[in-house]
Design a protein around this ligand. Structure first.
Ligand SMILES: [Zn+2]
Ligand SMILES: [Zn+2]
Ligand SMILES: [Zn+2]
Length: 162
């Protein structure tokens, strides 16, 4: 926290991608899992932008790149990436986004820009704990929290994305 959740549109995104791949290698090594070429490919495609991408679009991009991946292959790769906490599923968009900090467990809340469709992740433990406490007080056993907030990012508020 303290850092802006959304990076400016004009940033060196290659740095983001390189960092994401480096993180993925560390996490997989620690988990004793293998980032196969295909899994890495899917992760790279997800990291092409800070906009979540759906399974169908991923499949299409794989085909454009000349990979004859069948849908189950892509779904399995997505499952693997989720299990290793390398990506998050954005339920409201039915799409996936890369995680900035897969190397440590964290609470996630997502800001979803309705205009440019970029997504930023908040990692606010206090919100997460408060929600769990309230749910428990209501006699509810939490399994998973999904907090997605839709609105406009700062750039879209300034009209910088059309
Ligand atoms: Zn970036
Ligand atoms: Zn995350
Ligand atoms: Zn926006």
């Amino acid at each position: 926290m303290g850092k802006p959740a959304f990076l400016p549109s004009q940033h060196d995104h290659q740095v983001c991608i390189r960092q994401a791949l480096a993180n993925a290698k560390v996490v997989c090594e620690r988990n004793g899992t293998r980032l196969t070429a295909q899994r890495q490919q899917v992760l790279e495609l997800i990291w092409q932008e800070h906009r979540p991408i759906g399974a169908y679009d991923l499949l299409e991009k794989m085909h454009e790149l000349g990979h004859k991946a069948a849908p189950p292959t892509v779904y399995r790769a997505l499952e693997f990436l989720q299990e290793n906490a390398l990506i998050h599923r954005i339920e409201s968009l039915n799409a996936y986004t890369g995680c900035n900090h897969p190397e440590h467990p964290h609470a996630s809340q997502f800001l979803v820009c309705q205009q440019c469709r970029r997504v930023a992740e908040l990692e606010c433990e206090a919100i997460s704990e408060q929600l769990s406490r309230q749910a428990e007080a209501a006699g509810f056993a939490c399994r998973q929290q999904t907090v997605e907030i839709s609105g406009l990012c700062a750039e879209c508020q300034r009209g910088e994305h059309g």
